[in-house]
Design a binder for this molecule. Structure first.
Ligand SMILES: [Fe+2]
Length: 321
């Protein structure tokens, strides 16, 4: 910890050199000193989100360190895992990772402008192996591997992202649910489909799928909207490509693991675990401050004016890994 603070460029440089995904093992002592996670997060950027200030439901916020978002199936959070994918599994018996068999791929808080740069995710109590994994897909490698025709289609294109709680998911639209009136900080936000990383300069696909795109006006600006439009076809094609197994890393968690990932060039997904028999407790922080030239000088989209009462109109936080 002290060496990370003494040489504050070392870990961010390592993260960039590793393509945006870093695993640090043996951090179990942090479970008794949650402030260490905050200190380490500050090494990665100037702004570590304080979840008490961003309309996050308070039962998901750490009691003493409000910069920690708690992901757990135990009280007071009581967050259930995603659905178990239906068989068949892959021929070699491995975890199916590719969209659309695997659902829930997203990048943290893409419904904000600017979105956060980096997430840190710490396993206080992971579940048994073969359950509760976190999947990561490399958006830069996926962009590089696009056909010239697809590159031409996505360059300059914008995706429309929105919180899953805004009633604009694909499922909500298919069910003809009436759209909710949204406060300013909840409104859909456009994001470049191809982001240019501010540190490495690499281009990366920046997308989510069914639960965190706007299926009323999107998923893409300027294309046919809705689940049956041209935009849906393109998103399906891109998500299938982005989550091809060769771009995906599957992390099996061990107690004390800390994973640091770069939301500017990776997407991720949570997986099922048996919540009836397993306890899972994970801590996450999000770091902002260097979203890239596309966001230069922007006001934060999620800052409501005036800030509404917490809890009543809070963000619904989707799909944390
Ligand atoms: Fe997440």
């Amino acid at each position: 910890m002290r060496s990370a603070e003494r040489d504050p460029e070392a870990l961010p440089d390592a993260l960039a050199a590793c393509g945006g995904l870093l695993l640090v093992q043996g951090m179990g002592a942090m479970a008794d000193e949650p402030d260490l996670l905050l200190r380490l997060s500050r090494v990665f950027g100037p702004e570590v989100e304080n979840y008490r200030q961003t309309l996050t439901p308070l039962n998901m916020v750490h009691e003493t360190v409000p910069e920690i978002f708690v992901v757990s199936n135990t009280p007071p959070v009581l967050r259930q895992p995603p659905r178990r994918p239906d068989p068949p599994f892959t021929a070699d018996g491995k975890l199916p990772v590719q969209f659309p068999h695997r659902r829930g791929w997203h990048t943290d808080q893409s419904y904000r402008r600017p979105p956060p740069d980096i997430s840190l995710f710490f396993a206080v109590i992971p579940v048994a192996k073969d359950q509760g994994q976190t999947l990561f897909a490399d958006g830069a490698a996926a962009y590089d591997a696009l056909t010239p025709e697809l590159k031409a289609r996505v360059d300059g294109l914008e995706g429309i992202h929105v919180s899953s709680g805004a009633g604009r998911t694909r499922d909500a639209v298919l069910a003809n649910e009436p759209p909710r009136d949204l406060l300013a900080h909840q409104r859909p936000q456009r994001q470049p489909v191809v982001r240019v990383h501010p540190v490495t300069g690499r281009q990366a696909l920046y997308l989510c799928e069914f639960g965190q795109m706007d299926w009323l006006d999107g998923p893409f600006a300027g294309m046919q909207s809705g689940p049956d439009g041209d935009g849906a076809d393109l998103l399906f094609t891109l998500m299938t490509h982005l989550t091809r197994p060769e771009f995906v890393y599957v992390h099996e968690w061990t107690e004390g693991d800390l994973i640091i990932w770069d939301n500017r060039c990776l997407v991720h997904a949570a997986t099922w675990f048996d919540a009836a028999t397993q306890t899972r407790l994970m801590w996450r922080t999000t770091v902002s401050g260097n979203p890239g030239a596309a966001y230069a000088g922007e006001r934060k989209s999620w800052i409501a004016d005036p800030v509404p009462e917490q809890g009543a109109e809070g963000e619904t936080v989707h799909g944390s890994a």
